[in-house]
Ligand binder design. Sequence first.
Ligand SMILES: Cc1cc2nc3c(=O)[nH]c(=O)nc-3n(C[C@H](O)[C@H](O)[C@H](O)COP(=O)(O)OP(=O)(O)OC[C@H]3O[C@@H](n4cnc5c(N)ncnc54)[C@H](O)[C@@H]3O)c2cc1C
Length: 424
Amino acid sequence: MSGTHPTDEADVIVVGAGPAGSTTAFYLAQAGLHVLLLEKSRFPREKVCGDGLTPRAVKALVGMGIDVSERNGWLRNKGLRVIGAGHRMELSWPELSSYPDYGLVRPRTDFDETLARRAEQAGALLLENTTVTGPVIDDRTGKIKGVKASNERTYVARAIIAADGNSSRLSVAMGLRKRDDRPLGVAVRTYYKTPRHDDDYLESWLDLWDARPGQQSRLLPGYGWIFGMGDGTSNVGLGLLNTSHAFGNTDYRLMLQKWLDGMPAEWGFGEHNRTEPVRGAALPMGFNRTPHYHRGLLLAGDAGGLVNPFNGEGIAYAMESGEILARTIVQAFARGDAAQAERVLAAYPQALREAYGGYYALGRQFVKLIGHPGLMRYATKHSMTRPALMRFALKLLANLTDPRGGDASDRLINGLSRLVPNPK
Ligand SMILES: Cc1cc2nc3c(=O)[nH]c(=O)nc-3n(C[C@H](O)[C@H](O)[C@H](O)COP(=O)(O)OP(=O)(O)OC[C@H]3O[C@@H](n4cnc5c(N)ncnc54)[C@H](O)[C@@H]3O)c2cc1C
């Protein structure tokens, strides 16, 4: 071991300390494994996001023992305000045994650091400013056995996790690219000083209009959100799916400006109130990178394309997949020999399919349908006047049901998720 630094070997290496990586590292360290969490930036750091957390994400946070009280700086919300076809409707988060009935808002600068520090508290070794530059391959097996980093070091471990987000350079280096047959979103967001900052609902816009004064009203492609941050600002953004004809030839920043120019002046969504640049990023959805275990590499969160295709939510799924993955690794390492451990790790993709496969397969059909603007307009017009239908839609789109003993809508959503064809 001469020349080996104490941090160069670990049980598990986690690449990327976003929600997926920090959650995985937390559960692994809690189980007593030696975990190296490698992060290219230094906290606090920005991440382009809407900063909105549904009850699913709240549950994941609570599971890690994070204090999500308002006293501790978390802003609570009661549900979703949906705006479309000239109507607005406030929908409360459903009352379920499986999830809390409130959501949260927290800037990612802060949120991601909270999770990374929680992983450290559990015993993970976090190395910031450490960019992973490539895999180290075992010549004998062809599998990944470590990673090279920008600090000229090589780190080795029994299991390596790609939690490096949407681009997942590590997955690409191991031959795993995004799938063209799976949904992908692109979204932009920024912040404005606004009197609307203190909002106890997340606000979702189903149709965006270019309603600038003096112009003829025109429907823009895509969907928007306004999430009050409770600090004098709102996070405002919009996104588009690759099933839309406008995908790939849209100027997102201009579209955001057109949409906001049509808003009431007193809301303050003008250039003079913008506090951050308009930034964009991709949302990899519905298992858009598979398999989730490949040549020794395990994928969590955006690296594995785990964003919910129905609503663009990614944080909860990043955290949940991190927990599923950590529990898989803990079980694998407790097996008697390498062949048995391998069998357990190889079952991780199936565990993800059991958790999300059917629901994401439904979501993939949904994004194909809403790619047709006429159909989307028809659906919005006919559902926005029917509260019961919209309450059902909220459960479906936010994936909030009780698996056992729920109401009729829970049973319908869970039944559909089981029935829909779910190819690998
Ligand atoms: C505009 C927009 C709005 C969104 N709004 C919401 C929302 O409101 N709610 C929601 O739930 N989801 C939202 N999402 C999705 C959400 O942001 C992601 O799903 C989530 O961040 C995924 O977490 P992750 O840990 O998998 O990846 P990331 O958060 O991307 O974390 C990856 C980490 O890996 C690090 N990294 C990357 N490469 C390397 C490397 N080579 N070496 C070391 N470290 C590396 C990065 O620095 C980063 O810290 C939004 C996305 C976008 C683009």
